[in-house]
Design a protein around this ligand. Structure first.
Ligand code: NAP
Ligand code: ZN
Length: 378
């Protein structure tokens, strides 16, 4: 039987293929010369959902040598990436298949780089323009949010500095991305919402970024509009494959946006909630989105209006956004995650030193940060 699939044209070097049940036919999408494949997975969701077997069985039938590197944690550490690198080198892997959420995809991309280069995480970041090409990675997202399947970024937690660092090179884009809505069916409601919000914040931040272009703006607005149309519907109908597919497409479009623009203040703030209070990455952005846009509106009123219109319809207001977030169960109440007003000073210091700040379209002050956090405290 001939495999039916579609291709999504994005301004990234990654080939993006989408369609239902593509995971049963992955062999179609890589060269016959590839004989040794390592599949990188997280803590077990893809075993429980049966996705891993659906990938492994046909590859083994084709006589490929397959191994599985299991156990990538949320917000993956460099130590995990090094263990993965050792696994790849032991097997002599020719292709990596990353099957999981953004954490698995990022870790696999970092392992692919570590397999062909030496040095510490900080050292590799410093030499990033001079690094060797990584092993090829086929990225198969099981969440619809991070867009890691089409970005060059590997967001890795550096245990030494207790920070999320961004390792990337011009060559660290996945070689191919497979968007199969079957892979996101098993996502629980909270992860569907959290990752959908991550995609939204990528499109929003990319649209606001000083590095935005007419091409990235067009993609960002398309993505925001799709999220407005499909995320709530997807929450109501979690088994609807068309909605799942559209959320994957929206997330990849937003990923292509940030591959050009980077993220800005909102992500830098969200990182502290994740690192210090364990809040899921997408949810951390979501709880800060309303106060972030409230402050941004003072400096960029037209762009903020463009975002609201694309998400919620013409002439929508920030109050409408608040209502939308509440319907998704996102309350601006970071206190419930254990954040205390006494931390604001340290958060502000961290954020002001972060390298995604210069692309924020206004000159961020400690007062802006205090205002965002105070509103988010409710
Ligand atoms: P994640 O950290 O990859 O996964 C969160 C949880 O969801 C895990 O417990 C995972 O379980 C589970 N899960 C994933 N897919 C599932 C499915 N289909 N069914 C059931 N459970 C599932 O979440 P994420 O939001 O996708 O990724 C967040 C990471 O991506 C952060 O580290 C963030 O910094 C990074 N990120 C990267 C980029 C980029 O451009 N590279 C952009 C934004 C964010 P298992 O472990 O058991 O699979
Ligand atoms: Zn993100």
């Amino acid at each position: 039987m001939k495999t039916t699939f579609n291709e999504l044209n994005l301004p990234v070097p990654t080939r993006v293929i989408y369609g239902r049940n593509l995971i049963d036919e992955l062999r179609t999408f890589f060269p016959a010369t590839v004989r040794k494949v390592t599949i990188v997975i997280g803590k077990g969701s893809v075993r429980r959902s049966g996705l891993l077997d659906r990938i492994l069985t046909p590859l083994q039938k084709h006589g490929l040598e397959t191994t599985v590197f299991e156990g990538v944690e949320e917000n993956p550490s460099w130590a995990t990436c090094l263990r993965g690198r050792d696994h790849l080198l032991r097997q002599g892997a020719e292709l990596i298949i990353a099957l999981g959420g953004g954490s698995v995809l990022d870790a696999a991309k970092a392992m692919a780089l570590a397999a062909t280069n030496t040095g510490s995480l900080a050292g590799m970041i410093e030499r990033r323009d001079y690094l060797q090409k990584p092993l090829p990675t086929m990225a198969i997202p099981t969440t619809a949010g991070t867009g890691s399947e089409v970005t060059q970024y590997c967001i890795i937690t550096d245990e030494a500095t207790h920070d999320k660092l961004n390792l990337h090179t011009p060559h660290s884009f996945p070689w191919t991305a497979i968007l199969d809505p079957v892979c996101t069916l098993s996502m629980p409601r909270t992860i569907t919402i959290g990752t959908g919000m991550d995609a939204l914040s990528h499109a929003v931040e990319g649209y606001l970024s000083r590095r935005a272009s007419s091409e990235s703006d067009r993609l960002a607005l398309e993505s925001i509009e799709m999220i407005g149309k499909f995320l709530e519907a997807n929450i109501r109908e979690p088994h609807n494959l068309k909605l799942r597919e559209n959320m994957l497409l929206a997330a990849s479009k937003a990923g292509a946006v940030i591959s050009q623009t980077g993220t800005i203040l909102l992500h830098a703030l969200g990182y502290r909630l994740t690192l210090d209070h364990g809040v899921h990455h997408g949810l951390a952005n979501a709880v800060l989105l309303y106060p972030f846009l409230r402050v941004t509106q003072r400096y960029q009123p037209q762009k903020v209006q463009g975002i609201l219109d694309a998400l919620l319809g013409t002439h929508s207001t920030l109050e409408d956004l608040k209502g939308y977030l509440m319907r998704l169960g996102i309350k601006p109440d970071i206190g419930r995650y254990g954040v205390k007003a006494g931390e604001f000073e340290a958060i502000a210091r961290y954020v002001l030193a972060k390298n995604n700040l210069p692309d924020t379209p206004f000159s961020v002050t400690t007062r802006d940060i205090f205002e965002i956090l105070s509103v988010a405290m409710n």
